[in-house]
Design a protein around this ligand. Structure first.
Ligand SMILES: Cc1cc2nc3c(=O)[nH]c(=O)nc-3n(C[C@H](O)[C@H](O)[C@H](O)COP(=O)(O)O)c2cc1C
Length: 212
């Protein structure tokens, strides 16, 4: 098993898979890594569907702009952001869990003020805030899965290339509150690890303002 640093360095988008099967146990480890991901207010706004069925993979390939490796990968993990995790009912559940787990005592600043927390938890989340939060937090869980797969010797490729996400909802008979955001093919790479892809330089991403 690789260290986190090694997995971060070795991960590549893999766009060609061998037919070697991926053990269920490895998929289970990836899903467990997703389950443990952090999320704002612990909303955990994610859901996953594991696909091994060839005809479903074929349909997902079509929806994902025909990208061939989607059908080739032994496993697809279809990743959804779940807007319902931002409902008042779910917020209440998370609040009770935080209380029972003693998390509230570790919070500080305004979050340490029970009245402020109460106010936050009883106010409906604006739709756009929920949408952005659900997607952003689900991305964290996906990267946990991706790095776990790398550490297990598997390849993955984030696939967000689809025109009409609602086709994925129709395919699985899911309600619109589940936003399909990424299809993640998982399998053993068919070729050796590609060279690292280009990246911006450190100076291009670190801002040096006059005031620090
Ligand atoms: C949100 C997201 C969506 C992506 N969608 C696709 C896609 O539809 N097809 C594809 O071939 N690669 C896709 N990629 C992979 C990127 O092209 C890739 O991460 C980037 O070029 C850097 O290469 P690397 O992952 O090998 O480091 C996606 C990556 C992310 C994070």
């Amino acid at each position: 098993m690789l260290t986190v640093q090694e997995a971060i360095k070795q991960r590549r988008s893999i766009r060609g898979f061998s037919s070697k099967e991926v053990p269920d146990e490895f998929v289970a480890q990836m899903l467990e890594a997703a389950r443990l991901a952090p999320s704002g207010s612990n909303r955990q706004p994610w859901n996953f569907i594991v696909v091994r069925d060839p005809s479903t993979k074929k349909e997902l390939r079509r929806i994902c702009l025909g990208q061939h490796f989607i059908e080739q990968a032994p496993v697809l993990i279809v990743c959804f952001a779940n807007l319902e995790r931002y409902s008042l009912e779910e917020k209440r559940k998370r609040r009770v869990e935080f209380q029972e787990a003693g998390v509230n005592e570790t919070l500080s600043g305004r979050f340490a003020d029970p009245a402020y927390r109460e106010q936050l938890d009883t106010m409906p989340v604006p739709a756009e805030t929920a949408r952005v939060g659900a997607i952003a937090n689900t991305y964290i869980a996906i990267e946990h899965m991706v790095l776990t797969a790398t550490a297990l010797g598997l390849g993955t490729c984030w696939v967000g290339g689809f025109d009409d996400a609602s086709e994925i909802n129709r395919l699985f008979g899911l309600k619109p509150s589940l936003l399909p955001i990424i299809v993640l093919p998982v399998g053993y790479p068919e070729a050796k690890t590609p060279a690292p892809r280009p990246r911006l330089k450190k100076e291009e991403i670190v801002i040096q303002p006059e005031r620090k």
